[in-house]
Design a protein around this ligand. Structure first.
Ligand SMILES: [Zn+2]
Length: 396
């Protein structure tokens, strides 16, 4: 275990830039603003006011007790996807796994923990992997819980130190394009529901962009290579790197006394995200996770799981993709053909209820596809996975 002691000087902004709401929106949306009707403008201003208000916020999480002293903070759908958190309650403090897409989500979770669970302070924040929806909120812990230390794998810290700032910048830089797409969709929306969804998506995206302009990326204080244990009177927490999968450095957090596992994005209730993944390593990593005797699981996205049912299902799905996509690629089939060839019905591993489970969870908890049909959600999930496997199959 390397202990990187860092001194942090949390940036404070005593004089934040103030924009009038209307002024900010018209500036940020540019000429797009002119394309909105009075009604649409009112919806955008209201959404933005809601997102920024210091009053009661909409709940961003459902805080569910999954075992004694273990809580899953299941992220509700947002325009900017938040990961779940897992909260382990020690005898005098808390350990929280993962930190969402923005500091405001961390503040919302902390307020919810205070209101619904305990006043105990956060001692450790564990980052399962590099992705922004799990790490961009870390600066929020620096401010709200300045004594908390951030733990990750050495590999994750290395990548965050090298690219964290660029990752935050690119997450923010991508927002205007997505707002422009939403604006176009809003203009041709076929229902009031679709129009309202677009307005809410735009308002949340704007609030995110404005918040993140002043946020600098944070990096972990404490790292380990393979495993480390946090001991407490209440329980032990075993942090371990079990092989590459979703990224090169994912870790899981296992509590043997409570038989609870925080599995990050190696195993969750949405389609796996494989764009930064190592498909050929992932099944073996899942086999290693299967050695842990867990009964309760909270992954990075989607609802909590009881039992181990989904682990072999995900493993079979990835193995089938490797087989089918691998063969097609070897035969020289271009990616576009493979994307057409591999479908919900062509994949055996999505049978037995697994495909339906994934689609249901995505529909329930990913606001970005709330209006999509189940068929579309499935097809998108598979298409993204096929593309990633095709590209990353033989990554070293
Ligand atoms: Zn991820």
């Amino acid at each position: 275990m390397h202990d990187h002691a860092h001194h942090h000087h949390p940036h404070t902004h005593p004089h934040p830039h103030r924009h009038s709401r209307r002024g900010f929106l018209s500036t940020a949306l540019g000429t797009a603003w002119l394309g909105f009707s009075t009604l649409e403008r009112a919806a955008l201003i209201a959404g933005r006011a809601r997102a920024q208000s210091r009053g009661p916020q909409p709940k961003l999480f459902d805080l569910e007790k999954v075992a004694d002293g273990v809580y899953g903070a299941i992220a509700r759908g947002r325009a900017i996807l938040n990961c779940n958190a897992v909260v382990f309650e020690n005898s005098n403090d808390l350990v929280v796994v993962d930190a969402h897409a923005a500091p405001s989500a961390v503040y919302a979770l902390l307020a919810q923990i205070r209101a619904e669970v305990t006043q105990k302070p956060v001692r450790y924040v564990i980052s399962t992997h590099i992705h922004g929806d799990h790490t961009q909120g870390l600066p929020g812990y620096r401010k709200a819980e300045p004594k908390a230390e951030i733990i990750s794998s050495a590999r994750t810290r290395e990548v965050l130190a090298a690219t964290g700032a660029a990752r935050v910048k690119s997450a923010v830089d991508n927002v205007p394009r997505s707002i422009e797409n939403l604006r176009q969709r809003m203009a041709s929306a076929k229902s009031a529901e679709e129009k309202a969804w677009c307005a809410e998506m735009i308002a949340q995206s704007q609030a995110f962009m404005e918040e993140m302009r002043n946020v600098t990326a944070e990096i972990p204080d404490i790292t380990f290579n393979d495993q480390m244990t946090l001991h407490d009177k209440a329980h032990d927490l075993h942090l371990s790197f079990r092989g590459r999968g979703h990224t090169a450095g994912d870790i899981v957090v296992y509590c043997p006394q409570k038989k609870a596992l925080a599995s990050g994005d190696l195993l969750h209730s949405f389609f796996p995200t494989m764009g930064d993944g190592y498909p050929r390593d992932w099944p073996a990593t899942l086999r290693s996770i299967d050695e842990l005797e867990f009964e309760h699981l909270v992954g990075g996205h989607g609802g909590a799981q009881q039992g181990k049912q989904r682990l072999p299902q995900l493993k079979s799905y990835i193995e089938e993709l490797i087989e089918v996509v691998g063969k097609a690629k070897k035969d020289g089939m271009p990616l576009e053909r493979v994307q057409e060839m591999v479908t919900v019905s062509s994949l055996k591993s999505l049978g037995g209820g697994y495909g339906e489970f994934l689609v249901k969870e995505v529909k329930r908890l990913d606001f970005r596809v709330q209006l999509n049909t189940p068929e579309d959600v499935a097809q998108r999930g598979i298409r993204e996975n096929v593309t990633a496997v095709y590209r990353n199959l033989d990554r070293v």
